[in-house]
Design a protein around this ligand. Structure first.
Ligand code: 6GU
Length: 254
């Protein structure tokens, strides 16, 4: 999988070198390239923003550097991946569709993701229009209902969620099946040895007895029930059927 990231803060993406993601890169499973948007400006101050037309607070990212940068990154990618290669261009944006495990599953099967990190109030709308008119596939993705200063932290989160689903990245594929959200529910509680643990305050805490029974069918049923109870308690929205016309009633954005 090829991943390009366009940002005015390339250093923000340094954690992509670490841990599971860094290993996936070294193993040749993902090829990550981070690009500085300011390299596609032509003025002395390397300007990427300007005040909003029509007035209002904050700054808006100018269309010229974005169009030039995206075109350049796509051309460079095609040199390596072939002329027919086409990225999914992802704009992390609090006004986007919610990024969820189903989105991560879908994107993990893509050969090429291109993340475009906006800052300030956002990117000039004509950049999206231009890309769509040129036949590019765009996705606006949000991490949740709160505002970050820019897309970089979202790219770290989205990339980690996506890359760990790429075959070969997580050693034990079975661990991806049982985790929270993979079946639409929260994960059941987990325990390890010692089966009877004396906490620092002297309280003796034993694991649920069924886990020591060796009865795998009953353990599976107990875990399924725990998942359901936990989901009902913490995330009832995951159990409620979506109302007709809700965003969650339609297929997730690819
Ligand atoms: Cl993807 N971007 C920004 N700037 N803020 C966010 C977000 C994304 N998701 C939640 N808040």
């Amino acid at each position: 999988m090829r991943i390009d990231v366009l940002t005015i803060f390339p250093d923000y993406l340094a954690p992509l070198e670490l841990s599971l993601l860094g290993k996936a890169r070294r193993d040749g499973l993902v090829d990550v390239r981070v690009h500085d948007l300011r390299d596609f400006t032509h003025d002395r101050h390397r300007t990427v923003d300007d005040s909003p037309l029509g007035g209002g607070a904050g700054m808006v990212m100018k269309p010229e550097p974005w169009a030039e940068a995206l075109e350049s990154v796509i051309a460079a990618g095609r040199e390596e991946l072939g002329d027919d290669a086409a990225p999914l261009i992802v704009f992390p944006n609090p006004a986007g569709a919610p990024f969820a495990q189903a989105t991560a599953q879908s994107w993990s099967q893509r050969p090429w993701l291109l993340f475009a990190c906006g800052r300030y109030e956002g990117i000039d709308e004509r950049v999206y229009e231009h890309l769509a008119a040129r036949g590019h596939e765009l996705a606006l993705a949000s991490l949740g209902d709160y505002v970050l200063n820019g897309g970089e932290v979202a790219v770290l989160a989205i990339t980690e969620a996506v890359v760990r689903l790429v075959p070969g990245v997580v050693g034990n594929a079975a661990s991806l099946v049982e985790e929270s959200h993979s079946d639409g529910l929260l994960e059941y509680p987990l325990y390890t040895r010692p089966a009877t643990w004396t906490a620092p305050d002297g309280t003796v805490r034993a694991v649920p007895e069924i886990l020591l029974s060796g009865d795998h069918a009953r353990i599976a049923a107990w875990r399924a029930e725990q998942s359901r109870l936990r989901t009902a308690e913490r995330r009832p929205d995951l159990l409620a059927p979506p109302a007709p016309g809700d965003a969650a009633d339609t297929a997730p954005a690819s």
